[in-house]
Design a protein around this ligand. Structure first.
Ligand SMILES: Nc1nc2c(ncn2[C@@H]2O[C@H](COP(=O)(O)OP(=O)(O)OP(=O)(O)O)[C@@H](O)[C@H]2O)c(=O)[nH]1
Ligand SMILES: [Mg+2]
Length: 475
């Protein structure tokens, strides 16, 4: 391989190639169309055309440079962030807990500055947009649940008319990626009509019933035996949750919304403590939101999902892994590629590992927060994290110049077996044909294939570490 050049212009991409833009023969590395954001897909296609038409005489290193220029041109941070937004539409009956949920997602309490007013019956006649403090491009859009007019200097609600509502809010509804419909003890007509409209627009609608913590407390008071099964409290809560979900599905059907899949109904508690713990249906709700987003939006949204739930840890691992090719490209080309909205210049690999560690809630701040939340010993929790991150630590130290390549190689072999190098070279060799820019880089300390594989291993360790951490913290 080395500086091998593509010998023949390859045929135009057939449909299979369009699906999988780059793949290794052993099936271990795939960059699927789904792994690329819309802009990235364009870049890859353009690049593939370019190397087909223009660059037969170029060396791999020159081609790498070409790709780098292409990528550098298109994903500078401004442009990248300029195009990727996540908008979550929220609508529902007054008092259902929308503001509380919005604040908790933004890690705010009602009393914090910038928080949405809670328990405030003041009528709003327009949408309110709440940006996530961790990522300005994640926006929660609170839609009014009714129509209002000014009468005698005051807002007065008027008979609900969907046509009028759509005229007023249709454009903003269309901008949303997904809709959350909140109800409390009764399924309110207006919200359901608005939801039906959103569905007509092709939007996914998820139904949320909040305040489950209250339902549990009430049930405990009214019917103690309900929670006395062999599995105790957890079993009773699960039974109550299933009951409420079925009840909700039936209500929606009665109201003419049609049969909603129980999987689209989420029973949650919106108060901050419960959201951070990942209690009841909240993690599944976030997971369902993720499903409606493209990969770049997923990266944005996942940075705002700072809860301690296995569901989110698994979702993060999935998403981070599907972005690993991009980091590997940055490592292999020695370049700087803005990544998930964060410009990573020096030591892209080390920086990414830190970014992901934080994402999983494994950094010192998050572990301390978890210890406080659960009343566990912070040193003990920190130990659970540290003992599972051997590879990440080695790689970080390698990039800091604390250990040499031989030590890192040993660490990689210890985790993945000696086969990792053969696989990495095989990946590079295959890529050499499919995407020729990596040729010539296998001799670099961390070639594309190896960087990609190593990062996936680190993500796996971080995921395991997070799962072990949460289990201990909540046991
Ligand atoms: N226990 C409990 N109380 C909640 C929960 N969510 C909201 N509340 C309370 O319910 C009341 C109404 O909550 P809000 O978040 O203001 O409801 P909203 O849907 O924003 O209401 P409007 O802004 O009037 O449309 C407040 O007193 C909240 O503290 C919850 O999950 N659990
Ligand atoms: Mg509100």
């Amino acid at each position: 391989m080395g500086n091998k050049q593509p010998s023949q212009p390859q045929d135009g991409p057939d449909s299979a190639q369009a699906e999988v833009l780059s793949t290794a023969a052993d099936g271990r590395l795939e960059i699927k169309t789904d792994d690329l954001g819309p802009e990235e897909q364009k870049i890859f296609r353009k690049f593939a055309d370019k190397i087909k038409n223009e660059t037969h005489g170029q060396s791999a290193a020159e081609m790498l440079q070409t790709l780098h220029e292409e990528v550098g041109q298109h994903v500078d941070e401004e442009q990248w962030m300029g195009e990727a937004y996540v908008r979550i539409g929220i609508v529902g009956v007054s008092g259902a807990g929308k503001s509380t949920f919005i604040n908790s997602l933004r890690e705010l309490m009602a009393k914090d500055a910038g928080g949405a007013a809670v328990g405030n019956t003041e009528t709003t006649s327009d949408t309110a947009e709440y940006r996530h403090p961790k990522n300005e491009h994640v926006i929660l859009v609170d839609f009014p649940g009714a129509l209002f007019k000014v009468e005698g200097g005051r807002w007065k609600s008027v008979a609900f008319n969907l046509k009028e509502y759509t005229k007023k809010f249709g454009k903003k509804m269309r901008e949303c990626n997904v809709f959350l419909v909140f109800t409390s003890d009764r399924v309110h007509d207006n919200a359901v009509w608005i939801a039906a409209k959103a569905r007509e627009m092709g939007k996914k609608v998820l139904f949320v019933r909040s305040k489950f913590d209250q339902d549990v407390t009430n049930k405990q008071r009214d019917d103690e035996a309900y929670f006395a099964g062999p599995e105790g409290q957890a079993e009773g809560e699960e039974r109550l949750l299933q009951f409420e979900r079925e009840d909700y599905v039936t209500k929606l059907e009665t109201m003419g919304f049609g049969r909603v899949a129980p999987g689209d109904v989420f029973i949650i508690s919106g108060i901050l403590d419960n959201i951070q713990r990942g209690q009841w249906g909240a993690p599944a709700l976030k997971d369902a939101i993720l499903k409606q987003l493209n990969i770049q939006q997923k990266m944005l949204f996942i940075t705002t999902c700072q809860d301690f739930s296995p569901t989110m840890a698994r979702a993060k691992a999935r998403i981070y892994k599907s972005r690993a090719w991009k980091v590997a490209l940055g490592v292999a080309s020695g370049g700087a590629i803005p990544y998930g909205g964060t410009a990573v210049n020096a030591g892209i690999m080390a920086a990414t590992i830190i970014l992901f560690k934080k994402g999983f809630g494994l950094d010192e701040n998050s572990v301390t927060k978890l210890a406080t939340l659960t009343g566990k010993n912070v040193v003990e929790l920190q130990h659970i994290v540290d003992e599972r991150l051997s590879l990440a630590n080695k790689i970080t130290r390698f990039f800091q110049g604390d250990i040499d390549w031989q030590s890192l190689k040993e660490a990689l072999t210890a985790v993945a077996g000696g086969g990792i190098f053969a696989t990495a070279i095989a990946v590079d060799a295959t890529l050499d044909m499919v995407v020729p820019f990596v040729g010539g880089l296998v001799t670099a300390p961390l070639s594309f294939g190896l960087a990609w594989r190593a990062l996936c291993l680190v993500i796996e360790q971080q995921e395991q570490s997070a799962l072990a951490l949460y289990e201990r913290a909540f046991s």
